[in-house]
Ligand binder design. Structure first.
Ligand code: UDP
Ligand code: MG
Length: 322
């Protein structure tokens, strides 16, 4: 058995067949340059384009690679979680598989870690080749989170970051089902700092984050760290109730002076529809929180690993020992 490495690199991989070799080459060049021991946890998040075989091929050639093969697509955040669960390094670095996070920046993250920081996140100072919609939605999202949650999420950071083993241990103990790891790694505290970098274009392939997944991540972030949407119903309720109390004397005066007859069903209809809408939205918000409560209560595993090579190895060792 190998001893525990100093560094663990984690890459979540979902249909990144044209990126895997380049990722491996560039990460290896950087990490071998440190002269210290490292491992590379490649989490295959239910790929269907041959990425799985590519990962297993690399793992057969290089025992620094720890393959984790999911039984289906569980999503980016869960894939990273599985990587954290498997990691053994003293410092753990999470990096995207599409080389948008340049592996060379890892050295800067490590430098800060050596200075004593326990969470070193990479801040995107510039982004290449992303649509205006992505840039706009990301900017709006970070500002919203900043306002309505009590965590101080640094602007323009992704999951590209270094976590000290102490932080990883705490995160591994937090088994919430709807995970927003950037928020969680801020929430835990510790000494944190950022390093700026220019986010590159995707090396190959298309984004694996369609609008639906972006929305899901955003709502997990909001519900995971804020009660604000739940309070919204209360605020709106007070506002509308206040408005109608003000309306009572107004209506009485208008009637008594006879200056305005107040005819028309349209006004009534608008008021009813408006309040009906507000109530349905509030119910939906309640539903979002209750659904998440339900997921926690049901307590299904966060992910299912199709091929558990480590377990297989342990079993093989056991039968060999018998
Ligand atoms: N990813 C994943 N599971 C998913 C979606 C994405 O493991 O369901 C991985 C993907 O392979 C990549 C990383 O998460 O390594 C970031 O995804 P992507 O580059 O598509 O997101 P973007 O950079 O466009 O926000
Ligand atoms: Mg990307």
């Amino acid at each position: 058995m190998r001893g525990k490495p100093i560094y663990t690199i984690i890459a979540p991989i979902y249909n990144e067949i044209d990126n895997i070799q380049a990722l491996y080459d560039r990460v290896s060049a950087v990490m071998d340059g440190t002269g210290e021991s490292w491992e590379f946890v490649m989490v295959d998040d239910g790929s269907s384009d041959g990425s799985t075989a590519a990962i297993l091929d690399l793992a057969a050639k290089d025992d620094k690679i720890v393959p984790v093969i999911f039984a289906r697509n569980f999503g980016h955040q869960i894939a990273v979680t599985a990587g954290l669960d498997r990691s053994q390094g003293e410092a753990v670095i999470i990096i995207d598989a599409d080389l948008q996070d340049p592996p060379e920046v890892i050295l800067q993250l490590i430098e800060k870690w050596r200075e004593g920081y326990e969470v070193v996140y990479a801040v995107r100072s510039k982004r290449e080749g992303e649509s205006w919609f992505k840039l706009f939605s990301a900017a709006a999202f970070y500002r919203l989170i900043q306002r309505i949650t009590d965590i101080n999420l640094p602007m323009d950071t992704g999951d590209f970051r270094l976590l000290d083993r102490k932080v990883v241990q705490v995160l591994n103990g937090m088994r919430e089902k709807h995970r927003f790891l950037r928020g969680m790694s801020v929430w835990v505290g510790f000494r944190q700092t950022g390093v700026e970098y220019e986010r590159a274009e995707r090396f190959a392939g298309e984004t694996k984050y369609p609008l639906k997944k972006m929305f899901r991540l955003a709502s997990d972030a909001i519900t995971g760290f804020s009660y604000f949407p739940l309070q919204l119903a209360t605020y709106l309720g007070f506002f509308v109730a206040g408005l109608s109390i003000l309306a009572i004397p107004a209506v009485v005066i208008l009637r008594m002076t006879g200056s305005h007859p107040l005819l028309g069903q349209a006004t009534t209809l608008i008021a009813v529809l408006f309040l009906g809408g507000v109530q349905l939205i509030s119910l939906g918000i309640l539903g979002a929180y209750i659904g998440r409560l339900y997921d926690e209560a049901r307590d299904r595993p966060l992910y299912i690993v199709r091929e558990d090579l480590e377990v297989k190895q342990e079993q093989a060792d056991k039968t060999a020992g018998e």
